[in-house]
Design a protein around this ligand. Structure first.
Ligand SMILES: Nc1ncnc2[nH]cnc12
Ligand SMILES: [Zn+2]
Length: 325
């Protein structure tokens, strides 16, 4: 089956990164917000990035239109509808609470809006979901702890915590206290590491934070001992090929380190990261990498199987998902 439609799980998607230009303008209009962009085309023309920070500047700017539960619900509905056309059967979705709290949007508004969509995702789109709250590493560990407190009333709908935003200069180890609290509460743990940052950050995510998956992790290819560790412990990497090229972490898809990671025996998964900004959703990423690296059907199927193996579903759900392949 072609990569676009092969049944798959998406394990690395920032819901705010699915906010398409059309919905940016629709929310701005509804909420009486004047945008610093002339129109949808003007906004889309700005989707050229030098690095992670240049993307994050626009990402945080555009999400300022999200003010009401309906805004969050529509964004999530649009993502699920799109993902369902690209073979997604299960999605573990990140959101950035601090990016909204710091603008005065209460946690209740964010969570109510997201969950109104996610609650009925299986029936409407055939996609089961999990929700992962990410801490913004550039806001520091104290702010992460305050965010953890704000999440307390909503832990019934939060499945895990993650760590994202600007990476270099913000090593994972500083976030040990908040990850320790999340672990004690029984949540799943993931963290972005080794996207722009060095392999040392991946070691810290594993050894200090105790994460179950590493988001991106592509710079692990620079460290043979780290590759052996990831492979031996079957710690998955959630790799995002289009993102890596658009943010200039790799020069092009042809030179993506995916083959080296697979050759080392690492459980690699393919994901979209911020599909509204990077030129495609998860199925498009499968197709792009399949073509660029000349992967055969067996290799694509293995990537899809990894996505189910690496997901936080129950064993029973996992068996049912793997049976789709
Ligand atoms: N690629 C990425 N890296 C770090 N933080 C992010 N937030 C949204 N996309 C991100
Ligand atoms: Zn990401």
């Amino acid at each position: 089956m072609p990569g676009l439609l092969i049944p798959k799980a998406e394990l690395h998607v920032h819901i705010e990164g699915t906010l398409e230009p059309g919905l940016v303008f629709a929310c701005a209009h509804r909420n009486g917000i004047e945008l610093p962009f002339a129109d949808v085309e003007d906004l889309r023309r700005r989707y050229v990035f030098d690095d992670l920070q240049s993307f994050l500047d626009l990402y945080y700017l555009a999400m300022d239109v999200l003010r009401t539960p309906l805004d969050f619900t529509e964004m999530t509905d649009e993502y699920l509808a799109k993902a369902s056309t690209q073979g997604v059967k299960h999605a573990e979705i990140f959101f950035d609470p601090q990016a909204h709290l710091d603008r005065g949007v209460p946690m209740e508004v964010i969570v109510e809006g997201l969950t109104a969509s996610l609650r009925t995702s299986s029936e409407r789109f055939g996609i089961s979901t999990r929700l992962i709250a990410c801490f913004l590493r550039d806001k520091g560990p104290e702010a992460a702890l305050a965010t953890w407190e704000a999440l307390q009333p909503h832990l019934d709908v939060i499945d895990g915590v993650g760590l994202d935003s600007a990476e270099v200069g913000y090593p994972p180890a500083a976030f040990a206290p908040v990850f320790e609290r999340a672990r004690a509460a029984g949540l799943h743990l993931v963290a972005h590491a080794g996207e722009e940052g060095p392999p040392e950050y991946v070691w810290q995510a594993l050894d200090v934070l105790g994460v179950e998956r590493v988001d991106h992790g592509i710079r692990s290819v620079e460290d043979a001992e780290l590759l052996r560790r990831l492979s031996r412990e079957r710690t998955p990497l959630t790799v995002c090929p289009f993102s890596n090229v658009r943010l200039r972490c790799v020069p092009d898809l042809e030179q993506h380190p995916l083959p080296a990671l697979l050759d080392a025996g690492v459980v690699v998964t393919i994901n979209s990261d911020d599909p509204a900004y990077f030129g495609g959703y998860v199925g498009d990423n499968y197709v792009g990498i399949q073509r660029a690296l000349d992967l055969d059907a067996t290799a694509v199927r293995e990537l899809a199987a990894h996505s189910f193996q690496a997901s936080f579903v129950t064993d029973e759900e996992r068996r049912a998902l793997l049976d789709l392949l």
